[in-house]
Design a protein around this ligand. Structure first.
Ligand code: PEP
Ligand code: MG
Length: 564
C-alpha cells in the first residue's frame, strides 16, 4: 500500500515515527437528574473541593513545567489559576447549582458560555478559550472521578493524536518517550505549538477532521518539516523520520558553498536559554528579548539583576556577538506594574522605543547602565545594543544621546565603558522606507519580520483569520526586506534578521540572496539553517531572490521556493 499524507500546519522542524495513541480526555456527561433530586448544598461543597484540588494540581504542574520547559511557558498555569478563582465564573456555577444542576453540569455550562465568548474574539484572546477548556476539563475530571489519561508515562515511541492538546497536556509529554503529536485543531502560535518547540517534539497541528480516520495502534510519521501526518509510510519516509531529529550540530561558523560568511545566531528571552543555544551551535545571540526579564513579576529587575543576565549572555558566547534589544513592551507585551495605557490599537500605540524615550526613560537608562557595565567587565567587546520599533531618525538620535550620556556617566564613576555597536530593528514600514537615511546613523539593521509583516500587510500577527496575508512570503514583505538590504549595500552597516522568518530553513537560500548576512532564530533550527547556508551558493541564492522579487503574488513565490 502506498503512503497517504494528511496535510496540517508544521510546528517544529523535526520528524518522528511511532505508534498512534489517541488521547481523548473524558469530559462527557450523562443527562442531569431532575432539579428536585439534586442536593444543592452537597454540590456546592463538591465544587469548592474540586477548585481547591485543581489549584493544588496546577501549582504542582506549574513547578514541573518551569523546571522542564521554562518559566515563560509555566506562566500559563497562573492564567489557569486566575480562571479557577474568577468571581464571574464562580458565581455562574453557583447560580446554576442553585437552579438545580449538579456541580459538573453547572461547570460545563458556565465554562462553555465563556469559551464561546473568547472563541469569538481575535488573536491572543481566542487562545484564552483553550485555557478555559483546560480548566473546565480539569474540574470535570475531579467532579466525576474521571481517570486522568497519563500522558507522562505513555509507551516509548507513541505518537499522540488528539482533537486538541491543552498547555497542561503538552507540558506532560516526555520528549524521550513521545515520537510526536498531531492535533485536529490548533495554529502555529497555539500553546501546544509553543510547548512542542520548547520541548523539541515533532508536531503537526490543524490537520482537521481527517485525522479522526487514523486508528490506535497504526504506525505513522509526524513530518514536522512538511507539516504532514503520513499514514502507511514508505520505508524511505520512516528512515528519514528516524534520522530527522538527529540533525548534526555545527559548532563552527558557516559560509555559503562559495565562501560568503553568514552568521547563524539564536534568539533568547532568558539566561536559561543561553547554554542550550550554544549547544545547538549558535554563533552568538542575534536577539535578546529583554522584556522577558521584566514580565511575570511585581516590579522591574534592578540594575544589578540585569547586569548579571547580560554578563551571562556575553560570557556564554565569548567568540560571538550578543545583540541585546532594549525593553520592548506595549503592543501584545503587557507588563502590569508599568501602568501601560489602555489603547484602542496597542500595536500602533506607545510601544518599544516610544516608551523608552517617554514614560519609561528611567528604566531605559538603568538598562543601558547594566548593559555597558556588563560589557566593560567582560572585556569581550561583543555587545550590540538594538532599539525596537524604530520609525524615525529622531528616535535613533535621541536614543544615541541617552546611550552616550550613560557612557559618560559610567566613565565618570570609573567604569571603563565604551560605546557598543548600535543598531535598530527594521520592523515598521517607516524604517524600511527610510533605511537609506537610517543607515547613516547606525552600525547594523536587524529585520523583525514578525512585526514588519503585520505592519506592511495590515494583518495582525497571531490572528489566524489573516495568517495568509501576514505570511512572510508575500511580495510586499520581500520588497521591504530588499529595501533594507539595498540601503546598506556598499556601506559598513551589516544587515541581519531576527524575526521568525529567519528560522525557516526553507527560506534560507532566499534570505541569503536578499543580502542577509546574519540570521537569528529559535535555537532549535540553528543546525538546519547552518546546513542550508553551507549548501547554497551566493550566485544561486541571488538568482532566486531576483526571481522572487519579480513575483506578483505569494503563490508564485511559494512555487519558486518549492522548485529551488
Ligand atoms: C519581530 O517583530 O520580528 C521581532 C523579532 O520582535 P518581537 O517578535 O519580539 O516583536
Ligand atoms: Mg517586534
Amino acid at each position: 500500500m502506498s503512503e497517504r499524507r494528511l496535510p496540517g500546519i508544521d510546528v517544529t522542524p523535526l520528524s518522528g515515527v511511532g505508534t498512534v495513541v489517541w488521547y481523548r480526555p473524558d469530559a462527557d456527561l450523562s443527562e442531569p437528574p431532575a432539579p428536585e433530586d439534586v442536593d444543592a448544598e452537597a454540590e456546592r461543597e463538591a465544587f469548592e473541593l474540586a477548585v481547591a484540588e485543581a489549584e493544588a494540581e496546577l501549582e504542582a504542574e506549574r513547578e514541573r513545567t518551569a523546571e522542564r520547559v521554562g518559566e515563560d511557558e509555566a506562566a500559563v498555569f497562573d492564567a489557569h489559576v486566575q480562571f479557577l478563582n474568577d468571581p464571574q465564573i464562580a458565581s455562574g456555577v453557583e447560580e446554576r447549582i442553585t437552579d438545580g444542576l449538579p456541580a459538573a453540569h453547572a461547570v460545563r455550562e458556565t465554562f462553555d458560555e465563556f469559551v464561546e465568548q473568547f472563541s469569538g474574539m481575535e488573536g491572543k484572546m481566542a487562545e484564552r478559550a483553550d485555557d478555559l477548556r483546560d480548566v473546565r476539563d480539569r474540574l470535570l475530571r475531579l467532579l466525576t472521578d474521571g481517570e486522568r489519561v497519563d500522558l507522562a508515562s505513555l509507551p516509548e515511541g507513541s505518537v499522540v493524536l488528539a482533537e486538541r492538546l491543552t498547555p497542561s497536556d503538552t507540558a506532560q509529554l516526555d520528549p524521550e518517550r513521545v515520537a510526536g503529536f498531531a492535533t485536529v485543531t490548533g495554529g502555529r502560535t497555539s500553546h501546544a505549538a509553543i510547548f512542542a518547540r520548547s520541548l523539541a517534539i515533532p508536531a503537526v497541528v490543524g490537520v482537521g477532521e481527517d485525522l479522526e480516520s487514523v486508528a490506535d495502534g497504526e504506525t505513522v510519521v509526524v513530518d514536522g518539516r512538511s507539516g504532514d501526518v503520513v499514514l502507511d509510510p514508505d520505508e524511505a519516509t520512516v528512515e528519514a523520520a528516524r534520522g530527522g531529529a538527529a540533525d548534526d550540530v555545527v559548532e563552527e561558523a558557516v559560509t555559503t558553498a562559495d565562501g560568503t560568511d553568514v552568521e547563524v545566531a539564536a534568539n533568547v528571552g532568558t539566561p536559561q536559554e543561553l547554554a542550550p543555544a550554544a549547544e545547538r551551535g549558535a554563533d552568538g545571540v542575534g536577539l535578546f528579548r529583554t522584556e522577558f526579564l521584566f514580565i511575570e513579576r511585581d516590579d522591574a529587575p534592578d540594575e544589578d539583576e540585569q547586569y548579571a543576565a547580560y554578563r551571562d549572555a556575553i560570557e556564554t558566547f565569548p567568540d560571538g556577538r550578543v545583540v541585546v534589544r532594549t525593553l520592548d513592551v506595549g503592543g501584545d507585551k503587557p507588563v502590569p506594574y508599568l501602568d501601560l495605557p489602555e489603547e484602542e490599537n496597542p500595536f500602533l500605540g506607545e510601544r518599544g522605543i516610544r516608551r523608552s524615550l517617554g514614560p519609561d526613560s528611567d528604566l531605559f537608562e538603568t538598562q543601558l547602565r547594566a548593559l555597558l557595565r556588563a560589557d566593560a567587565d567582560t572585556d569581550v567587546g561583543s555587545l550590540a545594543v538594538m532599539l525596537p520599533l524604530v520609525t524615525t531618525v529622531e528616535e535613533v538620535e535621541a536614543a544615541r544621546g541617552v546611550l552616550e550620556g550613560v557612557v559618560a556617566d559610567l566613565a565618570a564613576e570609573g567604569v571603563d565603558a565604551t560605546m557598543p555597536e548600535f543598531g535598530v530593528m527594521i520592523e515598521t514600514p517607516a524604517a524600511a522606507l527610510m533605511a537609506d537615511v537610517l543607515v547613516e546613523h547606525v552600525d547594523f539593521f536587524s529585520i523583525g519580520t514578525n512585526d514588519l509583516a503585520q505592519y506592511v500587510m495590515a494583518a495582525e500577527r497571531g490572528n489566524d483569520a489573516v495568517a495568509e496575508l501576514g505570511d512572510f512570503r508575500q511580495p510586499a514583505v520581500l520588497r521591504a526586506i530588499d529595501a533594507t538590504t539595498t540601503a546598506a549595500e556598499g556601506t559598513d552597516v551589516w544587515v541581519g534578521m531576527c524575526g521568525e522568518m529567519a528560522g525557516d530553513p526553507r527560506l534560507t537560500e532566499l534570505l541569503v540572496g536578499l543580502g542577509l548576512r546574519e540570521l537569528s532564530m529559535s535555537a532549535l533550527t540553528v543546525p538546519d539553517v547552518k546546513a542550508r547556508v553551507s549548501e547554497t551558493t551566493l550566485e544561486d541564492a541571488e538568482a532566486l531572490a531576483e526571481r522572487a522579487l519579480a513575483a506578483a503574488d505569494r503563490d508564485e513565490i511559494i512555487e519558486l521556493l518549492e522548485q529551488s
